[in-house]
Write a protein of this length. Structure first.
Length: 378
């Protein structure tokens, strides 16, 4: 693989009014920030950030990450006050957990100044291998061709690694329509939609339950080919395959995917005949550091609850991610729809998907400046 085959799309360089442009102008803007990828001797430095973008990005982190910790602290404090204090804190928590949010399909957050700010905060870039027929159309008008959509759907994007939070994948949700032609859903624990603060991520990532039933429903959904905006969704779902375990095993400077013996997602992909696009976001493990308890109690509790219960820190020793430039490579695999896949069929797809991801990672890691790293899949 040579750099002439691989393009880099610098999403952070798109203009401030990108989301307000008509579709033809958007394609021209994307072409203007696309060029052949070049090998780097070291990871990129994050791009300069305006005060406005910094404030918008920090506001997102405060609302989604700092607020839950602050609310937990206030709850502990309330036990030392009067019952009025406790009642007031509980009332606020209930309000924050259950007040209405925009439903999936709303582009208010995905196509907002905040989305542009997050793209620049993480200086997100994507690599597209134009020699790969399953990936070549990405971020070109070809993604809208009716015959391509028929072949492309359904598709599952694997957001690797999970890290403490897969911020590259979160930002990707704001640009997926130009990458694959369809706005995607995101598989996550249902409890996330009820955690004060954290639930605001739903407005960006469009959460569907990570249950088999919900995943299959999202992959079977279809929209009219000529639809636009938030209605152009269905058939595409993103999900971190390493989940909670990957979050707890995340270590700065280490690229590791902890899959273990889980094969349920591979089985669903075979049953639905779904393409599998395994995406690796370079830099994810460097965003936040997990605080581990020596007894593993938080990990055990999190796995039983199917939701992360953990401490972590980043910028200024707060639950705010460091400014790290993120880059993503994608390894697509086409499947054959199989009504009742055998254990051998599922294992074969698992090896194909992660073997292909490892190969693409090794071929493109130098474009992200991580030539000295190795990807470990366990």
């Amino acid at each position: 693989m040579t750099s002439s085959n691989v393009d880099v799309i610098r999403l952070w360089q798109l203009p401030d009014d990108f989301f307000a442009l008509d579709l033809d102008a958007q394609w021209r803007a994307i072409k203007a920030v696309t060029s052949p990828a070049q090998r780097l001797n070291a990871p990129r430095r994050p791009c300069p950030l305006s005060l406005r973008d910094e404030v918008l990005a920090l506001a997102f982190f405060v609302a989604t990450l700092v607020l839950p910790f602050a609310l937990a602290g206030v709850m502990v404090w309330s036990f030392y006050g009067t019952w009025w204090h406790r009642l007031g804190v509980v009332a606020v928590a209930v309000l924050l957990a259950f007040h209405p949010l925009p439903e999936a399909g709303s582009l208010a957050a995905r196509c907002s100044p905040m989305a542009r700010a997050l793209g620049r905060y993480f200086s997100l870039e994507l690599f597209v291998d134009r020699s790969d027929p399953l990936a070549a159309a990405g971020f070109t008008p070809a993604v809208d061709a009716p015959e391509r959509l028929k072949e492309f759907l359904p598709t599952v994007y694997l957001a690797c690694p999970h890290g403490v939070f897969p911020y590259g994948a979160i930002v990707w949700c704001c640009y997926c329509r130009w990458g694959c032609g369809i706005w995607q859903y995101t598989g996550a624990a249902s409890v996330v939609k009820r955690v004060p603060g954290l639930r605001y991520m739903h407005s960006v990532i469009w959460i569907v339950s990570a249950s088999k039933r919900a995943i299959c429903a999202a992959l079977r959904e279809r929209c009219p080919v000529d639809s636009q905006g938030g209605a152009r969704r269905g058939g595409v779902l993103g999900i971190p395959p390493d989940g909670i375990l990957g979050a707890f095993r995340s270590k700065p400077g280490v690229d590791e995917l902890v899959i273990g013996k889980r094969r349920g997602l591979m089985r669903i992909c075979l049953e639905e005949g779904s393409q599998v696009h395994a995406a690796f976001f370079f830099g994810t493990s460097d965003l936040l550091t997990v605080v581990q308890d020596p007894w593993g109690l938080m990990e055990t509790l999190s796995r039983k609850m199917r939701a992360g219960v953990m401490g972590f820190y980043g910028r200024w020793f707060l639950p705010i991610p460091h400014r790290v430039a993120l880059s993503v490579c994608v390894a697509p695999v086409k499947t054959t729809k199989t009504a009742s896949p055998s254990i051998e069929d599922v294992e074969r797809l698992h090896e194909q998907v992660y073997g292909r991801l490892k190969a693409v990672y090794d071929a493109q890691k130098a474009f992200a400046g991580y030539g000295d790293r190795e990807l470990v899949v366990s």
